[in-house]
Ligand binder design. Structure first.
Ligand code: UDP
Ligand code: MG
Length: 323
């Protein structure tokens, strides 16, 4: 039977955790009673360097309940890295891993659908928010703009999917091969290419505590996502440099024409020509340097170039999934 691990990153969640622990235990018990998951299934809390009582709460829960496991990160590694630490630790003990936030904003009973889809043969199941009316207008607008920009530059993002998803063990193993420091899970997971599907759910309001993603952190996150997947900003500088160089040449010709027809002050011609020409050249040079830095950046990420789905050369054909 399917062994499930639910991974929950926590950063200063002391207000929320006691309830989260109880609700997730109830969810787990219910899924076991429905014979959907095995009783070996676990709930893994990752303390992302919290400064409040979060770890104490997790630690006590671990002592008290066998199904609760905890990991404490040395410092605040950030949501994405906390998630990664959790799923990599959990993959040893489970067939599939579900990640969710500690604040129970996402309907936890959707996990039932996640597991069913996994049993049907999907490696990745994305939880997608049906509507976002509980989020502020600002949050909705920024999120929408972000998805639009990312799609425009060709990054396959699942619209309105946050980090609420199920991944099979082999999907987690493949993900572990992405060695980049600025890990942006929402962009990387679709790159894995394994069979995937989506499940829709309603998003509720945070029950206790405050958001750990204030506005500036959210912008930073979006910008990281953009620059980890695209050289577009660099290309834009190159293009700008090229255009301004072309314009400067035309302008220089115009200025020369003015000089020849005697419509200028002394000294103005040479001054304006050098400003424009040198400015254009500089921008173009920066863009060119950027192109090389871009290459370094792509190589430095050391992403795997492919991920094997079925391997018939090495060993016998094994069942596609362990379920
Ligand atoms: N979180 C984390 N490390 C951080 C920031 C957040 O582990 O540096 C966790 C947080 O405890 C929560 C989840 O990531 O479980 C999502 O954060 P939050 O609910 O505050 O974000 P929002 O839903 O407001 O975007
Ligand atoms: Mg939240």
């Amino acid at each position: 039977m399917t062994v499930l691990a639910i991974v929950v990153p926590c950063y200063n969640e002391e207000e929320m955790l006691p309830e989260t622990i109880e609700q997730l235990r109830a969810l787990r018990q219910q899924l076991i009673d429905e014979q959907l998951i095995s009783s070996e299934s676990k709930i893994v809390f990752v303390d992302d360097g919290s400064r409040d009582r979060t770890w104490t709460i997790i630690y006590k829960a671990c002592l008290r309940y066998e199904e609760i496991k905890g990991i404490k990160l040395a410092g605040n590694a950030g949501h994405q890295h906390a998630l990664l630490a959790g799923i990599i630790a959990a993959k040893q003990m489970a067939h599939c891993v579900v990640t969710m936030d500690a604040d129970l904003q996402d309907d936890i009973y959707v996990v039932r659908e996640f597991v069913r889809k996994f049993q049907e043969g999907y490696d990745i199941v994305y939880g997608v928010r049906k509507k976002r009316d509980v989020d502020s207008y600002m949050k909705r607008w920024t999120a929408e703009t972000f998805y639009r920009i990312m799609n425009r530059i060709g990054v396959k993002l699942i619209y309105n999917h946050a980090d609420y998803r199920l991944m099979s063990r082999r999907a987690v193993e493949a993900l572990a091969q992405f060695r980049e420091v600025n890990l942006f899970l929402r962009g990387v997971v679709p790159l894995l290419g394994f069979p995937s599907t989506t499940v829709y759910y309603d998003r509720k309001e945070r029950k206790a505590g405050v958001t750990k993603y204030p506005f500036m952190k959210m912008i930073r996150f979006a910008f990281d996502g953009l620059t980890s997947f695209s050289m577009m900003p660099i290309r834009f500088v190159s293009l700008l440099g090229f255009c301004s160089f072309v314009v400067s040449v035309l302008f220089a010709l115009y200025v020369l024409f003015l000089k020849m027809t005697g419509h200028t002050q002394t000294g103005w011609t040479s001054l304006i020509m050098s400003i424009w020409l040198v400015g254009g050249l500089q921008l173009m040079a920066i863009g060119l340097v950027g192109e090389y830095i871009g290459k370094v950046y792509q190589e430095a990420k050391q992403r795997p170039r492919y991920i094997v789905d079925v391997d018939l050369l090495n060993g016998p054909m094994i069942a596609r999934h362990e379920r």
